[in-house]
Each structure stands twice: as C-alpha cells, then as structure tokens.
Design a protein around this ligand. Structure first.
Ligand SMILES: [Zn+2]
Length: 98
C-alpha cells in the first residue's frame, strides 16, 4: 500500500454499464439527464471508454423516442435508469456484450 501525493488522480470510479473500475481521469462522465453543463450539487456517473463508445454508436434519433416512450421526465432517476437500461438492452442487446 502506498499513498499518492495527488489523491485526486488516483480516484477510481465504476462504469455504470459494465461495472469495471477505472481511474476517474480515464472515465467518461455520464449524466443521465444529458445536462453536463449544470454541475451544481450533482454527482456524475461514469462510463469506461468502451461502454461510452458503445452508447455513442446507438442511433440518437431512436434514443429520443425511447425516452419519450418511457416518460423519461415523469419518473425519479432510479426508476428511469432501470427502465431505460432494460429497454435499451431489449432493443440493442446487453451493453457489456462486445
Ligand atoms: Zn464499461
């Protein structure tokens, strides 16, 4: 065990898609609300590069209709995320499948 002088760089985060741990500096911030500009009082979730790339390959237009389909705005974030993941998995297959 050793300590780093710059603890911030050593911080690890967990990819919300595949569950792997990675350095925060190597992770991609993911905001489930799609609003990455309002940073006040927020905790971002993280995706590893692979999962982030996977997400970006999914068609945006469909994504939007998916959000409408599950009434994205009418549910609390946890319920929404659950539904969203289930729906995306149903349509596109498991995210961890490469
Ligand atoms: Zn991942």
């Amino acid at each position: 065990m050793w300590r780093s002088r710059s603890g911030r760089d050593r911080e690890t985060v967990t990819c919300i898609a595949c569950g792997s741990s990675l350095a925060r500096s190597a992770a991609r911030e993911y905001d489930k609300y799609g609003d990455r500009w309002d940073r006040n009082d927020k905790t971002f979730e993280y995706l590893c590069k692979e999962c982030h790339a996977d997400l970006c390959h999914q068609p945006r237009t469909e994504l939007e209709s998916l959000l409408v389909e599950i009434d994205a705005g009418d549910h609390d974030s946890e319920a929404f995320l659950e539904w969203y993941c289930a729906l995306v998995e149903e349509r596109y297959g498991p995210l961890e499948e490469n």
